[in-house]
Design a protein around this ligand. Structure first.
Ligand code: SF4
Length: 382
């Protein structure tokens, strides 16, 4: 039986600035003005107030098991402010001594000094947005860094003996060849990161790419070949896939924060546009979305909207997250959902028939076909 009370709690912190908007990106960010340190400080203080106001949502004696500083580009702001923020957070909530604390860093805004300050703050996981090692492709993606800068950023992590770092790569870049996509993977693997995230470029709503369709978008056939070939390369190099885009060399390097999302855990989001999903009582879930407007946010208008998720919608959300993972789904995990929504039986039958799922007495599995056509699988459950 699903028991939402037993899930861990994570904290997400959104830093809403980037040097420039990348044309494929649908995360909320506005343009960073370096000289405006006052705003950075005000924003950090607002994050702490925002957290303070949400504390009633975290049950007493609950430990935060992961913190994730994402954006935007968290590595843009003064690293001393990050140190200040994390220390203050530790005074407001119980952060487990085993907590995973991740920061997203960008090759165009990272330095050794910042990394050292992050380590002092207790940050123990680094996610580096490489995207490609090919300068032409980096330009198409609108990235400001070069391949050389990306390599330099990786070397800073290695020099500082950081073993828990992730490299983000994108494949399916307009005009990209199969060989070039594979070369990016080979190059990434040569640094032996313990985690690689290998995403397919998708054209998201409200992005520059959606508005001005880029030339030379790849066809499904080539994307399929890249996906299959990429997995082969990663597996051959001893990376195992635990989620549709996530690969690790050892189990203990799986991203705990993301796993908590995918296993339907509780998370509190602070900062512009951050989302929270918290179980309140008797399997009722509350979702909160924070204000996108930085000025309003700094002035204390933290919440954009708050709503209870209807039980029937929990069903879809559960599968939406759970199907991304490569672990078997114990039928006990979703027994209660079956009782809530009878249609689920029908959806599962249909997905089994189409070969997206397989089952035995105790477990459901998403097949390779199901992972490759994840959107089609999810549509059945919508
Ligand atoms: S991809 Fe990263 S750097 Fe680019 S706009 Fe989005 S958040 Fe900013």
């Amino acid at each position: 039986m699903i028991n939402l009370n037993q899930y861990p709690y994570s904290l997400y912190i959104h830093i809403p600035w980037c040097l420039k908007k990348c044309p494929y990106c649908d995360f909320y960010s506005s343009i960073f003005i370096k000289k405006n340190k006052k705003i950075q400080k005000k924003y950090i203080n607002s994050l702490l107030l925002d957290l303070e106001k949400d504390l009633f949502l975290i049950k007493k004696n609950i430990y935060i098991t992961s913190i994730f500083l994402g954006g935007g580009t968290p590595s843009l702001i003064d690293s001393k402010l990050i140190f200040f923020l994390i220390n203050k957070i530790r005074k407001k909530v119980y952060v487990s001594k085993f907590a995973e604390i991740t920061i997203e860093i960008n090759p165009s805004s990272i330095s050794e000094k910042k990394i050292i300050n992050y380590i002092k703050s207790g940050i123990n996981r680094f996610s580096l947005g490489i995207q490609s090692f090919n300068d032409k492709n980096l330009k198409i993606l609108g990235r400001l860094h070069t391949s050389k800068e990306a390599i330099n950023a990786i070397n800073i992590l290695i020099k500082n003996k950081i073993s828990n770092f992730n490299l983000d790569l994108i494949y399916g870049i307009p005009g990209q060849s199969l060989k070039s996509a594979c070369n990016d993977l080979y190059k990434a693997i040569s640094f032996q990161p313990n985690h690689i995230s290998w995403y397919q470029l998708t054209i998201e709503k409200n992005t520059i790419f959606e508005k001005y369709k880029p030339k030379n978008l790849l066809d499904d056939n080539l994307l399929w070949k890249m996906f299959i070939q990429g997995i082969k390369i990663l597996k051959k190099n001893k990376y195992s896939q635990y989620e549709i885009s996530s690969f690790v060399r050892k189990k203990n390097y799986m991203c705990k924060h993301n796993l908590n999302y995918w296993y339907f855990g509780n998370y509190l989001g602070i900062g512009c546009s951050a989302h929270s999903k918290i179980n309140i009582l008797n399997n009722q879930i509350i979702r909160i979305v924070k204000n996108k407007n930085i000025k309003q946010y700094i002035n204390g208008y933290f919440i954009s909207y708050k709503k209870k998720i209807l039980l029937k919608d929990i069903v879809f959300e559960f599968f939406l997250n759970r199907f991304r993972l490569y672990t078997k789904i114990n039928k006990i995990e979703f027994q209660k959902l079956l009782n809530i929504n009878n249609n689920i039986h029908y959806c599962i039958k249909k997905a089994l028939k189409l070969g997206y799922l397989q089952e035995n007495d105790n477990f459901l599995f998403v097949t390779n076909k199901g992972h490759l056509y994840l959107n089609d699988l999810l549509e059945i459950f919508l």
